[in-house]
Design a protein around this ligand. Structure first.
Ligand code: FAD
Ligand code: SIN
Length: 530
């Protein structure tokens, strides 16, 4: 395998692929991805991409205001403005590459509505927007000879001067990235992939919780890698729970019922059939996600119920099937006909609003290292993301990171002298099943103590439990041959630690971080940086 590139991209979701397509005009690109080429959070995106499209009904001002309102005082205004204003151009680029967004009978783009949006502004492809976007981006990538896409290649750690024998700490200035150690999961060989510039686009970390809409690969690898390399992460306490995943205990990932279904007119009811959202917010079932998920959690706890209902029975069935064919089929397969039955739903971990801290060009605190997409914290989402702003953010920031990277790639020297992976003294694991058990333990700790409603006692308890697991797992890692399962477990433990630490540092309830010990918001909103 060739081991030196101009651009190394870790991840083949919307962020990694968009950047790779553009960067390939300026040099050689290697995209590594740990599973199949399309496995990603992107592939499962349902609702769509939020962008100001119809200027007669919508405006940048309104999209900015909705994003700031959802973010509960913690968004970086400058970032919100640039994402909203540059977004439509990035969406037009996708259309030019071949993305098919649904149109109405008049031939105009059919804009969906979701929670927290004051007007319909979500471009979508039925309820399979992400699948369509991955299709288009991968097709484009296959046409670029400069892009090498390596599936089943797992990035283990970033290469920095630590690997040249320098003692790197969080205080070290000018920590520099030289590429990554990458495990070919078919041959089990570890490659030293050097690059002038590296992009981390590894997506979310939903698997840190027991019930999540994220696929099994969403284990926060990029965030853990950057933290281990002593880079900065921020706002990790803001884990967004989507209000409506199909209630189906044990199913991993949980099946999402898009917020666009509520935008289409579906309403939430308790098990006795009563509407309840108007008691929590004037926007009812279409309030921002933090509010709706907390209201559901509260109703379930108060009543001792395991789920609430989503009522679609009054909606036009033909139109429903046209807009939401996958949701219709999945509900039917689970035994629920949307026109006759109430659909049992529960909140599920869905989106990490914090992550690797970046500037407006996707630059991290580590030189020659960029991050974008869900693993990054750009300042757009603040304490709670507005629906369908994630795909938009990935598009805008992968473009900005590309602009910055293309400008400097020729000025960055080719990294030299990096040692190969040292596996000396490691053995095959005695009992692989222990790794599976520990992953479940982490998910249970996070779900039981670090969920939608938190308290200092619960957070402390979670931290103590996690510390023991951390020590056991590090000891195992030192003496064991590297495997994806073990690396993912380490990364999940790392991410869980960052979520708990950040949540403990935040002495207030804001957005997605609701703590019973601080039922109020502080006057000044600040980020938690670790
Ligand atoms: P991903 O798409 O998750 O891609 C990450 C990539 O990194 C994958 O290819 C993965 O294999 C790879 N990777 C990870 N770790 C490693 C490693 N160690 N080594 C090598 N490769 C690695 N957002 C919206 O805006 N609108 C929606 O309608 C919407 N619906 C959603 C529905 C669902 C069910 C889910 C789960 C999310 C939804 N989201 C939506 C959120 C949105 O899809 C994601 O935030 C976004 O797609 C993330 O894109 P990404 O490129 O950052 O990461
Ligand atoms: C959904 O379709 O409800 C998910 C949208 C999002 O996560 O932004």
């Amino acid at each position: 395998m060739k081991s030196c590139y101009d651009f190394l991209v870790i991840g083949s979701g919307i962020a990694g692929l968009t950047y790779a397509l553009k960067a390939s005009e300026h040099g050689s690109v290697c995209v590594v991805t740990k599973g199949t080429e399309d496995e990603s959070n992107t592939k499962y995106a349902q609702g769509g991409v939020a962008a100001v499209w119809d200027f007669s009904e919508d405006s940048y001002h309104q999209h900015i205001a909705d994003t700031l309102d959802a973010g509960d005082g913690l968004c970086r205004r400058k970032v919100v403005e640039l994402v909203v204003q540059e977004g439509p151009e990035r969406v037009r680029e996708l259309i030019a590459w071949g993305a098919r967004f649904d149109k109405n009978a008049a031939g105009e783009y059919d804009l969906g509505r979701e929670g927290g949006h004051s007007v319909p502004r979500v471009l979508h492809h039925k309820d399979q927007t992400g699948y369509e976007l991955e299709r288009v981006l991968l097709k484009q990538a296959s046409r670029r000879p400069n892009i090498r896409l390596l599936t089943h290649h797992f990035a283990i750690d970033l290469l920095t001067q630590h690997h040249l024998g320098v003692n790197v700490t969080r205080r070290t200035r000018d920590i520099t990235c030289f590429g990554a150690y990458v495990l070919n999961t078919r041959t089990m060989r570890i490659h030293t992939v050097r690059a002038r510039l590296t992009l981390v686009a590894t997506g979310g970390a939903g698997q840190v919780y027991r019930n999540t809409t994220n696929p099994l690969i969403a284990t926060g690898d990029g965030i853990a890698m950057v933290y281990r390399a002593k880079g900065r992460v921020e706002n990790m306490e803001f884990y967004q729970f989507h209000p409506t995943a199909l209630f189906d205990p044990g199913r991993n990932p949980a099946f999402l019922i898009s917020e666009a279904v509520r935008g289409f007119g579906a309403v939430l009811r308790t098990r006795d059939g009563k509407e309840f959202m108007h008691r929590y917010d004037r926007r009812g079932s279409l309030a921002p996600r933090d509010i709706v998920a907390r209201a559901i959690d509260n109703e379930m706890k108060k009543r001792g119920d395991e789920y609430v209902y989503l009522d679609c029975r009054h909606l036009n069935l033909r139109q429903f099937i046209k807009h939401f064919p996958t949701i219709y089929k999945e509900c039917l397969a689970a035994g629920f006909h949307v026109a006759r039955d109430l659909i049992p739903v529960v909140p599920a971990a869905h989106y990490l609003c914090g992550g690797i801290k970046t500037d407006v060009y996707g630059q991290t605190s580590i030189r020659n290292l960029y991050a974008c997409g869900e693993c990054a914290s750009t300042g757009l989402h603040g304490a709670n993301r507005l629906a369908s702003n994630s795909l938009l953010e990935a598009l805008v920031f992968s473009h900005r990171a590309y602009l910055h990277a293309a400008d400097r790639v020729r000025t960055v020297p080719v990294p030299q002298g990096l040692p190969d992976w040292n596996a000396e003294g490691t053995l095959n694991p005695e009992e692989r099943v222990l790794i599976t058990f520990t992953r479940q333990e982490v998910q249970n700790i996070m779900s039981n103590y670090v969920g939608i409603v938190r308290s200092n006692l619960r957070l402390q308890r979670a931290l103590q439990r996690l510390e023991l697991i951390y020590r056991e797992t590090e000891a195992l890692y030192q003496r064991t041959v590297v495997s994806v399962e073990l690396c993912e477990l380490r990364n999940l433990i790392n991410v869980a630690y960052l979520i708990i630490r950040s949540s403990l540092l935040r002495k207030e309830s804001r957005g997605l971080n609701y703590n019973l010990d601080y039922p109020y918001k502080k006057k000044v909103a600040r980020s938690t940086v670790l």
